[in-house]
Design a protein around this ligand. Structure first.
Ligand code: GDD
Ligand code: MN
Length: 415
């Protein structure tokens, strides 16, 4: 065989998006299994792909030489990314390339790559060097230590983003919040459910029929797979070297569609037990005590503002002002006590301000819930405004704790 000839393109699997439990031989692949199969989904990455393959090879040759493969899955890029990748196969023996011409989409591309993979561990990394390759060895060591899944997260220590605009970061966090409401049992299990950079033991997803839409392959694997313990490694989402992001509004619409489909097919709560596993009871009690101090602040302000014997302002307006003052009180205590272990590592004033704004947005959503429950209970159930307010505050406290915990008190560093 001419050593300079690049190897043939991989046959594209069709049918259901299911991962087989044995290295596939039916697709004519070599049948000895290897440790890691890393899929690189590409669309118009012509100018990045050579660099990506070179750096990934250097990183993995050091760590697991000869025991991994790289699988580029390109969706027939108009810039012929697949052709450039294929030309690299003569130099990089562990590189294999798939050109899809019918099906499209990041998530399904990853799964089709995993379907032809020979690895006992299946991974995905972007093909534009925004996911730092050096994190691979940390993810792998988590898997070697027994994790079913290892996720690179922007929202744990060492995590951050480099070049995203405030709008993109706000949309990403907003999408995460929506997911926490619709699918707490799935999104509640990781700090960065939007991550497109992770590895999973093949055995954890064997047999599951995956049915993703759009970009969020991680949700699909956690939602439909059998993933028990998940490890997270902080990483900084880097700037693109070449080309541009393919994320458009369509990906956000796909995301909502994906959440609803996952919710309907998995019930959304099926893994709630796992997402509350190791529930931080001590932290919840501290949060509850801080909330209690907020209750006194809230009640005292509600009395001063709305009681007929004081300012007698309208109930809802008084409630909103009292609620905001209580939120400020609670933030100060939570930042200094409940989440002190997190806040002490982010002492700069702009980080503290971002924490307060994030806490405020979450608690304002909780205040809306609080006002709704207060009016519901006061007008239909218990006509004592203070008892009704206590019940409403209890609901809001659980919401506030859960969302603050899952969106993590830590603010995403912008490097
Ligand atoms: N095969 C295929 N098909 N690949 C695709 C497609 C597609 O339709 N769309 C994008 N890709 C590839 C890109 O070529 C790139 O390698 C990778 O998927 C990520 O696409 P980007 O367009 O660069 O996404 P991003 O950088 O804005 O967002 C990424 O990072 C986020 C944070 O981790 C994505 O991975 C997001 O899913 C992730 O939330
Ligand atoms: Mn990118």
């Amino acid at each position: 065989m001419n050593v300079n000839s690049s190897s043939a393109l991989l046959a594209v699997p069709n049918g259901p998006l299911q991962i087989s439990d044995l290295p596939p031989t039916s697709l004519g692949t070599i049948d000895q299994d290897i440790y890691l199969s890393l899929v690189i989904p590409t669309y118009k990455e012509r100018d990045n792909i050579q660099n990506v393959v070179k750096i990934l090879t250097q990183t993995l040759d050091e760590y697991i030489p000869g025991d991994y493969e790289l699988i580029v899955v390109d969706d027939d890029s108009p810039d012929l990314t697949w052709e450039v990748a294929q030309s690299l196969t003569s130099k990089y023996q562990q590189l294999r390339v798939m050109r899809r011409q019918g099906e499209r989409g990041l998530s399904s591309a990853v799964i089709r790559g995993w379907q032809v993979a020979r690895g006992r561990v299946l991974g995905v990394i972007d093909g534009d060097l925004q996911h730092p390759p050096e994190v691979l060895t940390q993810l792998l060591s988590q898997i070697v230590q027994g994790a079913d899944m290892a996720v690179a997260s922007r929202h744990v220590d060492g995590g951050g983003v480099s070049s995203w605009s405030a709008v993109r970061r706000f949309l990403s966090r907003g999408a995460q919040l929506l997911g926490l409401i619709l699918l707490p049992g799935v999104l509640g299990r990781v700090s960065d459910p939007m991550s497109g950079y992770f590895m999973v033991q093949r055995r954890s997803i064997v047999g599951a029929t995956l049915n993703p839409v759009g970009y969020k392959i991680l949700l699909e694997v956690i939602g439909r797979g059998n993933v028990e313990n998940i490890a997270e490694i902080g990483y900084v989402f880097c700037e693109r070297k070449e080309g541009e992001s393919k994320v458009t509004w369509k990906q956000y619409v796909d995301y909502i569609h994906h959440l609803i489909r996952l919710r309907l097919s998995t019930g959304g709560w099926k893994r709630l037990s796992q997402s509350v596993e190791g529930f931080p009871m001590g932290r919840f009690l501290r949060f509850g005590l801080v909330g209690l101090s907020g209750v006194f602040v809230d009640m005292a302000m509600l009395y001063l503002l709305s009681d007929p014997s004081t300012l007698a302002l309208p109930l809802t307006r008084s409630k909103i002002i009292a609620g905001e003052i209580a939120i400020f009180n609670n933030f100060l205590w939570n930042d200094a006590w409940t989440f002190a272990d997190v806040s002490m590592r982010q002492q700069e004033w702009h980080q503290r301000l971002k924490r307060f704004l994030k806490f405020n947005v979450i608690c304002l959503a909780g205040l809306v819930l609080n006002v709704l429950v207060l009016n519901l209970v006061f007008n239909f159930l218990i006509s004592n405004r203070y008892v009704a307010n206590l019940i409403a505050i209890a609901f809001a406290t659980v919401w506030n704790f859960w969302v603050n915990l899952k969106l993590s008190w830590r603010v995403t560093d912008v490097k």
